[in-house]
Design a protein around this ligand. Structure first.
Ligand code: ATP
Length: 254
């Protein structure tokens, strides 16, 4: 048996003849952040989509604790694994107010009664440091960084145990990036989340991860504690990735 919060076990995914994930196995340790790094096209987002239940693996399994997640997940299983995308607009309906976006998530997953939705929406915005006057506004009225905070509020609204963040700061400028990373770190501790954080940016991975996994051509080629990976990677490919970064770390850790 496993004490991993989430286990990816020998997962293979092909797009037609192209093998995007080739027998990938990874464990997410409870309340820790696994940083997944790798060059473009190495399969990181495909893995995120498999974990989130958006695409079924051709082979292999995903386990949440001891529970194997089937090809068709239950609402409860979907609720427990939430995904934050690079582009926050992917999870924010432009025609809905922030109140409706958060409220619908709360009601759909039966997190609170209708009478408590307004208060919970305000609490959620406070958690991501957005003023509650945002509630009756629309996504386009916010900056990219604020929209990403709202997308994070929407993800944590349903009280997941696993948060997958797929390049959540890549579209943001560096100062905004740092504050979103800090927020995710804080939420991880306060809400006791387990996080899978995907980035091709090693500065970002350094700032957020406890453990680093390296993907290359659909395979995981290295899994190391952060300190070890950044001091002396186990593989020559890990070393190559690090050598390609002009100056490390790009974003300070706490
Ligand atoms: N729906 C799809 N149909 C066909 N091929 C796909 C599809 N989605 C992804 N691929 C291919 O699978 C490979 C892995 O893609 P994926 O998006 O998982 O990589 P990635 O590591 O997240 O890359 P990036 O950092 O550029 O986002 C790529 O070669 C991509 O072109």
């Amino acid at each position: 048996m496993t004490d991993a919060a989430l286990r990816i076990d020998n997962v293979t995914v092909s797009y037609g003849p192209f093998v995007a994930l080739d027998r990938v196995s990874l464990d997410l340790e409870p309340h820790k952040t696994l940083g997944l790094v790798g060059e473009s096209g190495s399969g990181k987002s495909t893995l995120a989509r498999v974990v989130a239940g958006l695409i079924p693996p051709d082979e292999g399994r995903v386990l949440l604790g001891a529970e194997e997640l089937g090809k068709r997940r239950t609402r409860e299983q979907h609720k427990r694994i939430q995904l934050v995308f690079q582009n926050p607009d992917a999870s924010l309906n432009p025609r809905h107010t922030i109140r409706r976006i958060l409220g619908e998530a709360l009601l759909f997953h039966k997190i609170v009664d209708r009478s408590k939705v307004a208060d919970r929406c305000k609490e959620l915005l406070a958690r991501v440091r957005i003023d509650e006057t945002a509630l009756d506004r629309y996504p386009h009225e916010f900056s990219g960084g604020q929209r990403q905070r709202i997308a994070i509020a929407r993800a944590i609204a349903v009280e997941p145990s696993i948060l997958i963040a797929d390049e959540p700061t890549s579209a943001l400028d560096v100062s905004v990036q740092a504050s979103v990373l800090e927020l995710l770190n804080e939420l991880k501790s306060e809400l006791r989340l387990t996080m899978l954080f995907i980035s091709h940016d090693l500065g970002v991975i350094h700032a957020i991860s406890d453990t680093v996994a390296v993907m290359r051509k659909g395979r995981v080629v290295e899994i190391s504690p952060k300190e070890i990976f950044f001091a002396r990677p186990e593989t020559s490919y890990g070393y190559e990735l690090l050598s390609a970064v002009p100056k490390m770390p790009l974003i300070p850790t706490k």
